[in-house]
Design a protein around this ligand. Sequence first.
Ligand code: APR
Length: 229
Amino acid sequence: MQRARFVAALTGAGVSAESGLATFRDAQTGLWARFDPREIATPSAFARNPKLVWDWYAWRRERVGTVQPNAGHRALAELEARVPEFLLVTQNVDGLHQRAGSHSVVELHGNITRVKCSREGSIVERCVKCGAFLRPDVVWFEELLPADALSAAEDAARHCDLLLVAGTSAEVYPAAGLPMLAQERGATVVEINPNATALSSRADYVLRGPSGKILPALLDSVSDPRRES
Ligand code: APR
């Protein structure tokens, strides 16, 4: 951490777990337990039953509004200020990294608080132009990721010295391919997760535990250049 010139981070739903948001692959709790995100977060589900999909996202957006960023989000926001170059690549759509103070963030899977026209993709409050249903500005299964976000993330993976991978099962591509891309280009890959994942056996270091505890501890190992030494 002290030596790294360019630090990147790749986060998933686990980083928001300690804020009280359920991850995707832990048991879905409450009203939506019977729906599988892979069945409902898809363009075909939206075409078939837009109200169901819209209600699911309205419920998730309402949940996001009631929770706060946790120590892991805040540690990543502080780390950004302490290292020469930093980029946070997130799969999360909850906007908690930005609320914690992170500025240099790439949202690979969109952001649940934004809505866009389901036909032409423009992000608007209401689609007054074509009258089509609005839909969450979130990448659904079967859909391509926003090209600019993905190329920024791949560029960071190619050029960073250190990639912190926190709170992701590393199962969903292309996000899950970023750690290997970074490692191939000489970066040190560190996994931060209480459980083993598809990445664990290939990461250079595995810090087994919650990101809300481990990320602040990692931050402590980086002196703050803004403070006189
Ligand atoms: N700290 C760190 N990691 C945690 C914590 C925690 N406190 N609690 C759980 N985890 C880990 C779990 O062990 C798991 O590996 O977070 C990971 C969550 O994995 P998923 O639920 O698969 O979430 P994610 O990897 O973000 O999913 C990727 O899949 O459903 C799609 O588009 C959706 O962005 C999502 C993508």
